[in-house]
Design a protein around this ligand. Sequence first.
Ligand code: ZN
Length: 247
Amino acid sequence: MRNWAKRVFLTFDIDWAGNEVLADTLSILNEYNVSATFFVTHDTPLLDLMRKDDAIELGIHPNFNNLLFGGDTVKKSMGEITCHLKEMVPEAVSVRSHSLTQNTRLLDHFVEIGMTHEVNLLIPKNSGIEVKPFRSWNGLIRTPFVWEDDVHAFCFSNGTEKDWSVERFLDAHGLKIFNFHPVHVFLNTETLKRYEICREFFNNPVQMLKQRNSDAVTGTRNFLLRLIQQGKDRGMEFGKIGEIQCP
Ligand SMILES: [Zn+2]
């Protein structure tokens, strides 16, 4: 699987989304019957449902932020944080850190706990770099990704991204991994302001739905739907991170 032109990889950082919000993203993938990788942050009955679906890969999404920035919770070591997630998702071979935290000792630790793939490097389209997977010193396959919903919303807010079209991303040569968050799919987030307004409703999907961006062109949900529809129209395959091979 080294011809990247015809492949798309959808990934989702669950980021403690409520069940209704996560189920909403799952229903889109199910409707279009496309594969995807989910990076898990917490236990939910939906994990078993996802596990039974061959189209879905479960990876882990450890949050090291309290170790770096302090926080009101009891401090845990990097190993305690990842072990907790590995107990929840023992089959996981793929990892993306919350806030994309990376560090050489962390990469070695990921290998020690059985990870084969790591997805923490964002290499944006405007870099002009043709993205490929590569192996680090410890054998870990690093698979950079090219797009993230909240980063695009940030750039759309400040004017450095002009639109939410998918064509230039699908046209790109090289590895095409996209990173979504179920909450931004649910809200059809187009600016981070929308996400901030909804912070107080995050446990209330009815209230959140009222705040959904109803524009038919902009936003994360529209981007995901068009990516799937146009990818399928172009005969592209949707893959899972753990399947990516590299020399
Ligand atoms: Zn995250």
